[in-house]
Design a protein around this ligand. Structure first.
Ligand code: BG6
Length: 457
C-alpha cells in the first residue's frame, strides 16, 4: 500500500471555456476562441466549436454531486474573464450569480475549489487592442483579478493566476495552434513578458484584497532531456529549461527572471519592452504554491544550422526523437512517468522544497466508445495504468522529501479540447455529445474513488 501525505489533494481540473458552454449567452462577450470558430470553423475537429462544451453552466448542481460520488476532495476550474467582465470594466451580474452558486455547490459537497483566472481565453475586445502584445493587457488583467478576488474571495481561498502561460505564447505566436496564429519570436517574447507582469500584478492585488488566502500559478512542465552529455546538447537542454520552465517558475517562486535567460534573450536581440519599476514588483510578489501540469518530457539536441539571431526556439534547442520513446498514439505525446520523480526532486533541490502539486496529468484517448461494456461503462484500464505509473514515481519523490501536496487529473468530465474538439477524451465521466450531454462514469472514476478514499493504493 502506498499511502500519501495527510490531507493530500485528490482531484481533477478543467477550465471555463472547455466546460461551461453557453459561450455566447448570459452576458458573456466573445473570446478569441469564439471569434476564431466563427471565422475559421474548418480549423476545428469536426467543426466542434466553443459554444456548447460540457454545459456545466446548466448542469453544475448535479456535477458537483458527481465530484463527491467519485471521492474528489478538490477541484480546479477557471472563471471566464469575458463572462465576468464582458467589456473589461463592468461586472456581469448574471456571471456573479452563476459563479457564486457553482462555487457554493462545490463547497457544499466538501470539495475544495481552486480557482484559476486565465485558461487561454483572451477576451476579443482586448485582442483587438493587441492582446498580450500590448502593455494595456497587464492593467486589464490586474483589474479583472482584483474584481474576482473581491467578488468571490469570501468563498474561495485557493487561487491561481494563469494556466500554462507558455502555451498561449507558443501556440499563439510560434506554432499556429491558438489565435492569432502568427509566427514571430520577438512578439512571443513580448507576450511572455506581459504575461509575467500580468501575473505579478494579479498577485499584488491578491495580497491587498485577501491577505489570508493562497495564490499560485499553474505551469506546464516539460522537463528537458538532452540527447547526450556532449556540451552542445547540454547547452540545448539549458536553453529549453530556461525558456519553457525557469522563465515562469523562477519568477513565481524566486521573484526574478533568471539572469541567464535575460542574457540569452538579449544575445538574440529579443529583449522586450519593460517598465523600470517591474523588477521591484516581481521581487515583492512571489506565490504561495505552484501547480505543475505534467504530460510529456521535452527531448532536445543541439540545433544543426541555427540562425542568428534566433528566429524560433528551434534555433536554440532542436527536438530530438528518442528511439526508445513510448507514445500515446492519439495525442502524439511521449509517455514518460519517471519525469514526475525528476520534477519532484527539482522542486526539492532547486526550489528550496517549495510547496507544489501535480495540477494536471492524464491521458487523452480517441473513440473510447470502443471500450464500452454491456452496462455502458467505458473500461479504461489504460487510463488507470497511466495514473498508477505516474503516481508510483510521484510517491517515490514524496518519500524522498519533495513537498508535493496533491495530484489532480485532467479531467473530471470529458471536455472540449480547443482545435481538437471532442476527439480525445480524458474524463472520469464520458460525455455523450448527441444525448443531451449525459455523463456516464468510466471505470477509472471508480478506481480513483478508492484511491482518494484510502489516500493511496
Ligand atoms: C493542458 C491544458 O495542456 O492539457 C488543457 O491545460 C488541455 O486545457 C489539456 O485540454 C489536454 O490537452 P489537449 O490539447 O489534448 O486538450
Amino acid at each position: 500500500m502506498k499511502t500519501f501525505p495527510k490531507n493530500f489533494l485528490w482531484g481533477s481540473a478543467t477550465s471555463a471555456p472547455q466546460s461551461e458552454g453557453h459561450s455566447s449567452q448570459n452576458g458573456k462577450s466573445a473570446t478569441t476562441w469564439d471569434y476564431w470558430f466563427q471565422t475559421n470553423p474548418e480549423k476545428f475537429h469536426e467543426n466542434q466549436g466553443p459554444e456548447n462544451t460540457s454545459n456545466i453552466y446548466e448542469m453544475y448542481k448535479k456535477d458537483c454531486q458527481r465530484m463527491k460520488e467519485i471521492g474528489l476532495n478538490s477541484f480546479r476550474t477557471s472563471i471566464s474573464w469575458a463572462r465576468l467582465l464582458p467589456d473589461g470594466k463592468h461586472v456581469n451580474q448574471e456571471a456573479v450569480t452563476f459563479y457564486r452558486d457553482y462555487f457554493e455547490h462545490i463547497l457544499a459537497e466538501g470539495v475544495q475549489p481552486i480557482i484559476n483566472l486565465f485558461h487561454f481565453d483572451m477576451p476579443m475586445w482586448l485582442m483587438e487592442k493587441g492582446g498580450w502584445e500590448s502593455r494595456e493587457s497587464v492593467d486589464a488583467f490586474a483589474f479583472y483579478a482584483r474584481t474576482a478576488f473581491e467578488l468571490f474571495g469570501d468563498l474561495i481561498d485557493q487561487w491561481t493566476t494563469f494556466n500554462e502561460p507558455i502555451v498561449h505564447i507558443e501556440c499563439g505566436y510560434l506554432n499556429g495552434a491558438h489565435y492569432p496564429a502568427i509566427h514571430d519570436f520577438k512578439k512571443a517574447v513580448q507576450v511572455g513578458y506581459h504575461t509575467l507582469m500580468a501575473h505579478v500584478y494579479a498577485v499584488q492585488a491578491f495580497r491587498e484584497v485577501k491577505p489570508k488566502g493562497n495564490i499560485g500559478i499553474i505551469l506546464n512542465i516539460t522537463p528537458a532531456y538532452a540527447r547526450s552529455a556532449e556540451q552542445a546538447d547540454q547547452k540545448a537542454k539549458e536553453n529549453a529549461d530556461l525558456l519553457t520552465m525557469k522563465s515562469f517558475l523562477d519568477l513565481a517562486v524566486k521573484g526574478a527572471i533568471p539572469e541567464a535567460l535575460v542574457q540569452l534573450i538579449k544575445g538574440h536581440e529579443l529583449t522586450p519592452e519593460t517598465n523600470p519599476s517591474d523588477k521591484e514588483v516581481m521581487k515583492e510578489n512571489t506565490v504561495d504554491f505552484i501547480g505543475l501540469n505534467y504530460y510529456q518530457p521535452l527531448r532536445v539536441q543541439a540545433p544543426e544550422n541555427p540562425r542568428f539571431p534566433a528566429q524560433d526556439p528551434e534555433d536554440l534547442y532542436a527536438p530530438y526523437d528518442w528511439p526508445e520513446k513510448r507514445i500515446n498514439p492519439y495525442r502524439g505525446w511521449e509517455i514518460y512517468p519517471k519525469a514526475i520523480y525528476d520534477v519532484a526532486m527539482m522542486m526539492k533541490n532547486e526550489y528550496d522544497n517549495f510547496p507544489w502539486y501535480v495540477s494536471e496529468n492524464g491521458m487523452g484517448v480517441a473513440n473510447e466508445e470502443r471500450f464500452m461494456d454491456e452496462q455502458g461503462m467505458i473500461q479504461d484500464d489504460y487510463r488507470i495504468d497511466f495514473m498508477k505509473e505516474h503516481l508510483d514515481y510521484l510517491y517515490q519523490g514524496i518519500q524522498e522529501g519533495s513537498n508535493c501536496f496533491g495530484y489532480h487529473t485532467w479531467t473530471f468530465i470529458d471536455c472540449w479540447s480547443w482545435l481538437n474538439g471532442y476527439r480525445n477524451r480524458y474524463g472520469f465521466y464520458r460525455l455523450e455529445l448527441d444525448n443531451n450531454f449525459e455523463r456516464h462514469l468510466k471505470k477509472s472514476g471508480l478506481w480513483y474513488k478508492e484511491v482518494a478514499q484510502n489516500n493511496g493504493y
